[in-house]
Design a protein around this ligand. Structure first.
Ligand SMILES: Cc1cc2nc3c(=O)[nH]c(=O)nc-3n(C[C@H](O)[C@H](O)[C@H](O)COP(=O)(O)O)c2cc1C
Length: 207
């Protein structure tokens, strides 16, 4: 028996996980792995990049991108730019370092100035498929329990996602998490991360 069009509907979303901590197998790494596993469990195609293992120089503000939207620095950001323009979902994971994201994460974000030029100077779409809905989320932990611990980093992440033509779909953040792997002592964090990954790729079937 042939399937109805509704039953055979499927959409394979591409999810990019970005690990921004310099500490391997630390708290944000574990949370990110669970988000990605949750997305993968729903059939999404996933890829994770580890910023500390890549060659990403800081932005020089040389304005070399200002006429073309292409960064003149030839390093790993060249292919990350392409991924950031193509993937349907972005999961950025960074712990809080001095109230912001890590240096590795900030270098990657600042290098998106070339994409800022595409959007605001050249007035072209940043997304490869401009009609497609794209979403991004932020995963973070901090060692302290300071009020508003995540607000400055969230402001940075929101500004970055706006530049990428990606809507901010929320965050999963935990304060008071300091020692490596102490996220495992939290009663729900890893389960919450898996569920968030599932939710991130849930799409409504067309009527
Ligand atoms: C350089 C540095 C700066 C940090 N700054 C803060 C901070 O401002 N606020 C805070 O709550 N924790 C801070 N921490 C603690 C980390 O956020 C915490 O150890 C976190 O669990 C690290 O996450 P990871 O295991 O994913 O690397 C800092 C840690 C380092 C190494």
């Amino acid at each position: 028996m042939s399937k109805s069009p509704e039953a055979s509907f499927s959409i394979k979303l591409k999810v990019l996980g970005i690990a921004g901590s310099p500490r391997r197998d630390g708290n944000t790494d574990h949370l990110l792995k669970q988000v990605i596993a949750g997305a993968s469990s729903q059939g999404a195609e996933t890829k994770t990049v580890i910023l500390s293992e890549l060659n990403i120089s800081p932005c020089r503000h040389c304005d070399g991108c200002i006429k073309t939207g292409k960064c003149v620095i030839d390093d790993d950001m060249q292919w990350i730019h392409a991924d950031l323009r193509e993937f349907d979902r972005i999961v950025l994971a960074s712990p809080i370092f001095f109230m912001g994201v890590t240096a590795q994460t900030k270098a990657m974000i600042d290098r998106c100035q070339a994409l800022w030029v595409i959007k605001y100077v050249l007035k072209l779409p940043v997304a490869i498929n401009p009609g497609k809905e794209r979403k991004g989320i932020f995963i973070s932990v901090g060692g302290t329990r300071l009020t508003n611990l995540f607000q400055p980093a969230m402001a940075t992440v929101k500004s970055w996602l706006t530049t990428l033509d990606i809507s901010y779909a929320g965050e999963l953040v935990f304060s008071g998490i300091d020692e490596s792997e102490s996220i495992h002592l939290h009663s729900t964090a890893l389960k919450d991360a898996f569920a968030l990954g599932q939710k991130l790729v849930a799409v409504n079937k067309p009527e």
